[in-house]
Design a protein around this ligand. Structure first.
Ligand code: DC
Length: 214
C-alpha cells in the first residue's frame, strides 16, 4: 500500500506520516529529508546551490537510504541533525527546484517504495512521485499556526514571527517552481489541521484509510 501526504512546510506531515506508518505497519518515507541531504552535501562541499548540474551530480552520487526508524542516512552516516540546520532550511527550496536534482532523487524514492509499502510525505507525492497512490492527503494549517507549533517544538516562542516569515518564503518558492510545484492532487483529501491535535489528525486519516469516514 502507498499513502501520499503532501502539504506546505511545517504542517505536521512528518509527525502524522510517522504515526500512520506505525499504525498500519508501513515504512515512513520522508522525501524532504532527501532534498535536505543533497542541500547539506552541497553546502559541505562548496557546490553553489544555484549550480543545477553540480547539485544534480551530488544527488546522483550520494547514497541516500533510511534507518529502520525512517531517519535518513547519507553515504551510510546519519543525516540528522545537520539536514535540519537553518542554512539548509534557507537553501533547500532552491536546490529542490532544479529539475535535474528532482530527476535524480525521485527514482530513489520509488526504489524505497518498491521494497515495501510506505507512507510518503512531501510536496509532489500524490501528483508526481506516486500518482497512483492508494490514499492521498493534503495537510494544511495557517502559516501562523505552523510557525507557532514549530517555535514551540524548538522551545523558542519568541522566534515565531521570524519562523513564520521563513515558512511563507519557502511555501512561495515551493508552490511557484516550474517542476513539480506544491499543489493538491485532484483526488487528495484536504485535511485542515488548525486547532487539531496530532491524535485527532491521525485518527481522521486512519478512519479514511479504513473506509470509516466519520
Ligand atoms: O518537508 P521538508 O521541509 O523537510 O522539505 C524540505 C524542502 O524540500 C521543501 O522546502 C521543498 C522540498 N521538497 C520537495 O521539493 N519535494 C518533496 N517531495 C519534498 C520536499
Amino acid at each position: 500500500m502507498i499513502i501520499a501526504i503532501d502539504g506546505p512546510a511545517a504542517a505536521g506531515k512528518s509527525t502524522i506520516a510517522r504515526r500512520l506508518a506505525s499504525a498500519l505497519d508501513l515504512a515512513f518515507l520522508d522525501t524532504g529529508a532527501m532534498y535536505r541531504a543533497v542541500t547539506w552535501a552541497a553546502l559541505e562541499r562548496d557546490v553553489p546551490t544555484a549550480d543545477a548540474e553540480g547539485c544534480a551530480r551530488l544527488a546522483q552520487e550520494l547514497d541516500l537510504d533510511f534507518d529502520p526508524e525512517g531517519r535518513i542516512l547519507i553515504d551510510g552516516r546519519p543525516g540528522e541533525p545537520g539536514i535540519r540546520s537553518s542554512a539548509v532550511d534557507d537553501a533547500v527550496s532552491q536546490v529542490s527546484a532544479h529539475p535535474a536534482v528532482r530527476r535524480a532523487v525521485v527514482p530513489k524514492q520509488r526504489e524505497v517504495a518498491e521494497r515495501r509499502g510506505v507512507v510518503a510525505e512531501g510536496r509532489d507525492i500524490g501528483t508526481v512521485v506516486f500518482p497512483g497512490a492508494d490514499h492521498k492527503f493534503f495537510l494544511v494549517a495557517s502559516a501562523e499556526e505552523r510557525a507557532r507549533r514549530r517555535a514551540a517544538q524548538i522551545g523558542r516562542p519568541e522566534e515565531q514571527a521570524t519562523i513564520e516569515a521563513a515558512l511563507r518564503r519557502r511555501d512561495e518558492l515551493d508552490s511557484t517552481r516550474a517542476d513539480s510545484p506544491l499543489v493538491r492532487a485532484d483526488d487528495a483529501v484536504l485535511v485542515e489541521t488548525d486547532g487539531l491535535g496530532v491524535d485527532q489528525v491521525v485518527e481522521a486519516l486512519l478512519a479514511h484509510v479504513r473506509g470509516v469516514r466519520s
